[in-house]
Design a binder for this molecule. Structure first.
Ligand code: PEP
Ligand code: MG
Length: 382
């Protein structure tokens, strides 16, 4: 029982000590251990990465793909946030499209760099997910800066920001709801993905780029049906313009209890599922992930949860939802690809559970990749 934690700690030390020199004795030991892991592992270990540096690190640690590229992290970049805010605060589609036109080349460049580094390894790109209020200006100075950047008065911007205020943003206008109500946002992102993939191929990539486009926070099959049609239409338009065709996959995150229960229906429109166990934990337990720190300590001390459920999967409750969804999804679509991309993808006990229910991959943050590889190997041997 203690071994996985102890071994994980050893791996952590090995990673830290070997970062300085790839030729060091410590690094050789680390590599050897990782090679042993690869020989017995069934689960693929991917990484959660959204910029070229993180991606390169994760590959150096042995990740075999990107399981979650959170595109919103690209939106927070200092040079782009004004255009993002302009898009959000726009009063109509035309205003949103004007702002999106500024973001398209930026997103395309991000994806281009990631596809190049990954050189044909799988990359799952998630379309925009967070509640819009996370991007809104805070305080007078930011409102003034934005007003200057986009030429709209501060009073108008403030009124629009007030209109967008939500009481429960995590359950509000976010995830695929953004794509349903503002299709031009997902259309821009899909275009950036397909254009970048075509450009990397045109530049002579040896291994085909096969983008995996992932839709967040789906609760119903119909949401995905509508958004898959939008993504397919955008792919067809880009391929016609570029004069080439690429394979790609459209799938969804399973991160709401309803989605887990309706996985059989959702799988009609999804080529893959990735379990977003951060949100699934939040929504299944009814515990806000941003506020949980206030009370989870006493909960764990009193044995209500054995461990922080945002760190180690609540196997009995959330785990059962994952298992139901995996089963129902594969009933509709035998052999469909299943992975996990919540923080639990880097936690040894959760990884052992994923092995047990037959998921195909776990996706962990770059510095947890070695621990995930070790845990995946141990789970396979068990
Ligand atoms: C999740 O909900 O598990 C997930 C990976 O998405 P995010 O953490 O970005 O909401
Ligand atoms: Mg999520």
């Amino acid at each position: 029982g203690e071994l996985p934690t102890a071994a994980s700690e050893i791996v952590q030390v090995l990673i830290e000590k070997s970062l300085d020199g790839k030729e060091s004795a410590t690094y050789q030991m680390f590599q050897k251990l990782m090679d042993w892991c690869s020989k017995v592992t069934r689960l693929e270990v991917r990484t959660n990465a959204d910029n070229p540096e993180q991606t390169a690190n994760a590959i150096a640690f042995g990740a075999t793909g990107i399981g979650l590229c959170r595109t919103e992290h690209m939106f927070f970049d200092a040079g782009r946030i004004s255009a993002v805010r302009q898009m959000i605060l726009a009063e109509d589609t035309q205003g949103r499209r004007a702002a999106l036109a500024k973001l398209l080349p930026e997103q395309r460049a991000d994806f281009h760099a990631i596809f190049e580094i990954m050189a044909g390894l799988p990359v799952t790109i998630r379309l925009l997910d967070p509640p819009l209020h996370e991007f809104l200006p805070q305080g007078d100075e930011e409102f003034e800066e934005l007003s200057e950047a986009i030429g709209i008065g501060v009073a108008t911007l403030r009124r629009r920001a007030d209109e967008l205020h939500e009481f429960n943003p995590m359950l509000g206008h976010r995830g695929c709801r953004l794509g349903i109500t503002f299709p031009e946002i997902y259309e821009m992102q899909a275009r950036a993905i397909f254009e970048a993939a075509c450009d990397v191929m045109a530049a002579g990539a040896e291994v085909p780029v096969v983008p995996e486009v992932m839709v967040p926070l789906v609760a119903t099959g119909r949401e995905l049906e509508i958004l898959k049609a939008l993504i397919d239409r955008t792919a067809a338009a880009v391929f016609a313009e570029k004069g080439r065709r690429l394979d790609y996959h459209v799938g969804t995150m399973i991160e709401l209890p309803r989605a887990a229960l309706m996985a059989g229906e959702i799988a009609r429109h999804a080529e893959f599922f990735s379990f977003g166990t951060n949100d699934l934990t939040q929504t299944a337990l009814g515990v806000s992930r941003d506020d949980a720190a206030k009370f989870l300590g006493p909960y764990v001390e009193q044995g209500i949860y054995p461990r922080d459920p945002f760190v180690s999967l609540d196997l009995e409750g959330v785990g059962e939802l994952v298992q139901i969804a995996a089963h129902r999804g594969r009933e509709t679509r035998p052999g469909m690809k299943l992975g996990i991309c919540g923080e639990h993808g880097g936690d040894p006990a959760s990884i052992a559970f994923c092995e047990g229910i037959g998921l195909d991959y776990v996706s962990a943050s770059p510095y947890r990749v070695p621990i995930a590889r070790l845990a995946a190997a141990q789970a396979a041997l068990d």
